[in-house]
Write a protein that binds this ligand. Structure first.
Ligand SMILES: *[C@@H]1O[C@H](CO)[C@@H](O)[C@H](O)[C@H]1NC(C)=O
Ligand SMILES: *[C@@H]1O[C@H](CO)[C@@H](O)[C@H](O)[C@H]1NC(C)=O
Ligand SMILES: *[C@@H]1O[C@H](CO)[C@@H](O)[C@H](O)[C@H]1NC(C)=O
Ligand SMILES: *[C@@H]1O[C@H](CO)[C@@H](O)[C@H](O)[C@H]1NC(C)=O
Ligand SMILES: *[C@@H]1O[C@H](CO)[C@@H](O)[C@H](O)[C@H]1NC(C)=O
Ligand SMILES: *[C@@H]1O[C@H](CO)[C@@H](O)[C@H](O)[C@H]1NC(C)=O
Ligand SMILES: *[C@@H]1O[C@H](CO)[C@@H](O)[C@H](O)[C@H]1NC(C)=O
Ligand SMILES: *[C@@H]1O[C@H](CO)[C@@H](O)[C@H](O)[C@H]1NC(C)=O
Ligand SMILES: *[C@@H]1O[C@H](CO)[C@@H](O)[C@H](O)[C@H]1NC(C)=O
Ligand SMILES: *[C@@H]1O[C@H](CO)[C@@H](O)[C@H](O)[C@H]1NC(C)=O
Ligand SMILES: *[C@@H]1O[C@H](CO)[C@@H](O)[C@H](O)[C@H]1NC(C)=O
Ligand SMILES: *[C@@H]1O[C@H](CO)[C@@H](O)[C@H](O)[C@H]1NC(C)=O
Length: 539
């Protein structure tokens, strides 16, 4: 009753303002309302089910059982997730993503009675590894179909190519969905408005290599903006022409075995994001990349690239993210970062880079993550760094020497500092003022002096490794319990450090699960009376 009154009042107000809008606003068609209500009864909502499923990586900002707002007797156009056409009143949009739906959509489902649907989003629900019904190909008005992470499996019905008005298709993260070559071809021929194709983690190995499944994309040349086919096992060859599709902005082909033949680019590409990580690319970094001048993100991680970094690559002045990690790149890192002032993340780790880190690298004020670990980088770090936004710095497993500059140890936003297994020396006792540190690994260097007094001010320290350094002096072990968040502590192999424990105090390591103290000079082990409720690993 309240609802009706509110509607009438609102309607009268709107009527006075927009005469026509009010006349045109329909309530839900009864057959569509009934189709939705029946669809609701065919599935269950189980929020705890989804919680279990997404324990490790929850793709939904929040899970909400939208269907619980659907009630007989109320206007279905007002139901959560339902959109009606303002003129005809037909249901044209259904967004039930992240709605904790569990069940099977059978071919007799009343979902398929909603023939006016233009957008349908069922992403992140659980349909029990059931077959994707061919009736999805019957929504002739559909422009947006999103069935990402629904646990559908089996062959993708060929009728999907009937959706000739599709602009956006997302079937990603349905590990069991398989493409047939004819279905893929027909889809690309018939859906000439497709702007977004997101099919990551569907199975495309049955397509190609001839005709090249990627060159078939050329059929969509004038519309395609996003093509995302990571982990699809698509077999094909990547040629430069695909970069030249006039509107393509995102190209994500990571973790596929592609044969890559990049020649000169004779176009001005609009590509802004390119991800070719884990694609088995061998040989030098192609000079073609340096002509992709609109790139903001370039990911070539985990290939077998074996050249040095061509300095032309760093002409890509719009870059904010560059990942060249886990290749066989060598030589000196070129000193050209003063041109890449927008860089926010830079990963050069696990290569064979040699020589010093270039001085221009330390001028990048926007950088938030820098990883140059596991190379053969040598020499001291500069005294001054301009990393005012740096959050994570990984430089472990190199040949860096000299002292650790105070300017790094006082970065205000730093949460991760990993400098293990280098040749750092010297005293750092009072210089550390990066109080935001959560992860501090200084192990395997030759650091000296009494670091320990200052460390106890780092309230958020969770992982602390100080092993195999040349610390000296005496430290009362229970002081570490001041670090209430500590989960991992390693002080192994610090031969000159005397670790002392007193029985006169009761102390608790609330969160500590791993403690390494081997090869230490420990005084009074028998008096280690602390409480370690979480401890699982003790060396
Ligand atoms: C909705 O309510 C009407 C009137 O009470 C009833 O006739 C109809 O069967 C109900 N529909 C559904 C789907 O429950
Ligand atoms: C919801 O899912 C949880 C976890 O899988 C299960 O234990 C529970 O029985 C389910 N509840 C219903 C009503 O199906
Ligand atoms: C729909 O089909 C399924 C599977 O064939 C069946 O179990 C179910 O009873 C059918 N529902 C209706 C309403 O016909
Ligand atoms: C192409 O789309 C139309 C509908 O727009 C459909 O009738 C036809 O069967 C489709 N062709 C293929 C090959 O899927
Ligand atoms: C599909 O829906 C999910 C959940 O709403 C969303 O995160 C994702 O971006 C959508 N896919 C596309 C291509 O828009
Ligand atoms: C689409 O691709 C097919 C096969 O590659 C080709 O024969 C056809 O001419 C293309 N159509 C358009 C509009 O580009
Ligand atoms: C880059 O573009 C220029 C101008 O379009 C062209 O002359 C040159 O050959 C291209 N270089 C590469 C490596 O593709
Ligand atoms: C780089 O890799 C290519 C292809 O595997 C190989 O032919 C070439 O010899 C390698 N070059 C170097 C310098 O290792
Ligand atoms: C640091 O390493 C560089 C190059 O390996 C070397 O020239 C320099 O003498 C070393 N400095 C110190 C203080 O060991
Ligand atoms: C410690 O962590 C808490 C919670 O993440 C945060 O609010 C606080 O600012 C951090 N303290 C420092 C000194 O960074
Ligand atoms: C360790 O520190 C002591 C002084 O505390 C010093 O004599 C010794 O040379 C240092 N060892 C190394 C390897 O730096
Ligand atoms: C430490 O705690 C234990 C157990 O809670 C208690 O028996 C002991 O008396 C305490 N020792 C001191 C010195 O407070």
């Amino acid at each position: 009753m309240m609802l009706v009154v509110v509607r009438v009042v609102v309607c009268v107000h709107i009527f006075m303002l927009f005469h026509f809008a009010c006349l045109a606003s329909h309530s839900c068609h009864s057959e569509e309302s009934s189709a939705l209500l029946h669809f609701k009864t065919q599935l269950i909502t189980n929020t705890t089910f989804n919680k279990d499923k997404y324990y490790y990586a929850n793709p939904c900002p929040y899970v909400y059982p939208k269907m619980r707002t659907w009630e007989n007797g109320t206007d279905c156009c007002s139901w959560m997730g339902v959109t009606c056409d303002s003129v005809s009143g037909h249901v044209i949009g259904l967004d039930l993503s992240c709605s904790a739906l569990v069940g099977i959509i059978h071919p007799n489902s009343t979902l398929f009675h909603l023939t006016h649907l233009q957008t349908l989003n069922l992403a992140h629900n659980y349909f029990y590894n059931s077959q994707l019904p061919s009736l999805f190909g019957g929504f002739m008005s559909l422009t947006h179909l999103n069935l990402s992470d629904c646990e559908f499996k089996g062959e993708i019905p060929s009728q999907i190519s009937h959706l000739s008005k599709l602009q956006s298709l997302d079937l990603s993260s349905n590990y069991g969905l398989k493409w047939k070559e004819t279905t893929w071809k027909r889809l690309l021929q018939n859906t000439t408005c497709l702007r977004e194709i997101v099919l990551d983690q569907t199975y495309m190995s049955l397509i190609g290599p001839t005709p090249n499944p990627l060159s078939l994309i050329a059929n969509l040349s004038s519309t395609l903006v996003t093509l995302s086919l990571s982990y699809t096992r698509i077999r094909g060859s990547l040629t430069s022409d695909i970069f030249c599709l006039p509107n393509l902005q995102q190209l994500i082909l990571s973790e596929n075995e592609l044969s890559v033949h990049l020649s000169e680019l004779s176009c001005i590409a609009s590509l802004s994001m390119l991800d070719l990580s884990g694609c088995g690319i061998q040989g030098p970094i192609s000079s073609s990349f340096s002509n992709l001048t609109y790139l903001t993100s370039l990911n070539l991680m985990g290939n077998q690239l074996n050249s040095s970094i061509p300095s032309s690559l760093l002409n890509l002045q719009r870059l904010t993210h560059l990942d060249l990690s886990m290749n066989e790149l060598s030589g000196q890192i070129p000193n050209v970062f003063d041109r890449l002032t927008n860089l926010q993340t830079l990963f050069l780790n696990n290569n064979n880079f040699q020589g010093k880190l270039p001085s221009s690298l330390f001028t990048l004020t926007q950088l938030s993550q820098l990883d140059c670990s596991s190379n053969q980088i040598e020499g001291p770090l500069p005294k001054q760094v301009a990393f005012s936004n740096l959050i994570e710095l990984f430089l472990e497993d190199n040949l860096l020497n000299g002292t650790i500059p105070a300017s790094i140890l006082s970065l205000k936003s730093l949460r991760v500092l990993e400098l293990s297994n280098n040749r750092f020396i010297g005293h750092i006792s009072s210089e550390i003022t990066s109080y935001s540190l959560e992860y501090l690994f200084l192990c395997g260097n030759k650091l000296q002096e009494k670091i320990l007094e200052s460390i106890f001010h780092f309230v958020n320290l969770t992982f602390l490794c100080l092993s195999s350094d040349n610390w000296s002096g005496t430290v009362h072990f229970q002081l570490f319990s001041k670090l209430q968040k500590l989960e991992y502590l390693s002080l192994s192999g610090c031969n000159s450090l005397l670790l002392e424990s007193e029985t006169s105090m009761n102390y608790t390591f609330l969160n500590l699960y791993a403690l390494q103290l081997f090869s230490n000079n420990i005084i009074g082990w028998s008096k280690f009376s602390g409480n370690f409720p979480q401890l699982e690993f003790l060396e």
